[in-house]
Write a protein that binds this ligand. Sequence first.
Ligand code: EPU
Length: 422
Amino acid sequence: MDKFVIEGGLPLHGMIATSGSKNSALPALAAALLTDEEVVLERIPRVRDIRTMQRLLVDIGSEITVDEADPERVVLNTKTIVSPEAPYELVKTMRASSLVLGPLVARAGRARVSLPGGCAIGARPINFHLAGLEHLGARIAQEHGYIEAVAPDGLKGAHVVFDRITVTGTEDILMAAVLAEGESVLENAAREPEVVDLAHLLRKMGAKIEGEGTSVIRVQGVSKLHGATHEIIADRIEAGTFVLAGAITRGELCVSRCVPEHLGALIVKLAEAGVTVTQVDDTTLRVERRIGALGPVDMTTEEYPGFATDLQAQYMALMTQADGISIVTETIFENRFMHAQELMRMGANIRLDGRQAIIAGRSRLTGAGVIASDLRASASLVLAALVAKGETVIDRVYHIDRGYEKIEAKLSGAGAKIRREE
Ligand code: EPU
């Protein structure tokens, strides 16, 4: 298992480029199952979750070619659905595998997808995906840990009201609704940029969709979708992680190839804390924290456009360096504070109380051996290590490899001392 060895204390400077969004690329890859024509996806990040999704699609029947000249360009062709199934072996390593459920039922009339089981950050059931499919006319049964969804006569458009906002749930049902007969209305839909990006791809494939980016999405079903070429949006969570890395190290860092408006909630919090984030051009942010103390600023995670839960752990690392007490409230997942214990091993002063973390700064962090527990928790440990005195060894970095492309190379390029050890 790989480890990261990080020597802290160096401010980041220069420029780091953002990769394509993992959480946009995953549903986009699943969407390729909706057509027997060629779908070309550009700016696919080279991270482990994407490789897992590609393996799943190949098992299902897709032919996938990665462009040799441009490995971020992936060509998918699913002439026939050979096996409409997502096995436990894959689903247990990546919950987003359930994104094939909607496309498979819509295209093949049948899907068999393993139930994901528990997860490091919360229970994360997929009941809203299933309820949505039932509304669209699928029959759902559960046996041997698998969900079996069938719609032999095709799906029928329907009114789906999500009990709670769900990102992949919205994506899954949207992908089912585009091939359902008649009109579907998805209410209390997720407004995340990744949902909008998926709607853009589906529209290029011939789907009729209105309202993406709002909480009501209307779909007029069509009988067939065709091929398309689409470039995935920038990864706002990766970009936000680098902005926070610049802030925590008191650096002066530019984060390029991002979409600044996707990071609005983070930029507001950082401004309150005394960190300057300026927009250099349409796709570049510059973060600077050279002088002055860092202010403690409370933060509550929310659905987009609120503060992303996927940046909560990294923000908590920053708040360990603020002068005073801040409260971080996690409202999306019930168990997403695993990083707090590890930050405490590095010297942070954090008290957990249910969904709140009370962080008393400013702590002098020192390097220690720590364990990555999930993707974003790992990123927060990397940030803490970048300011800690001495050497930090982060174990189980396969978690970070799920969603960050060559993070050690990107951070080294900006002046960090970080290396990977096998
Ligand atoms: N929920 C249910 N039932 C459902 C679906 C969701 O109870 O059927 C609950 C979840 O347990 C959670 C809340 O609703 O408490 C919101 O979950 P959501 O469905 O929105 O999360 P997700 O779609 O499974 C995506 C991202 C996550 C990100 C969340 C929240 C992808 C592939 N994953 O997950 O990303 O944290 O939205 O924004 O898009 C990550 O990249 O590290 C990551 C975990």
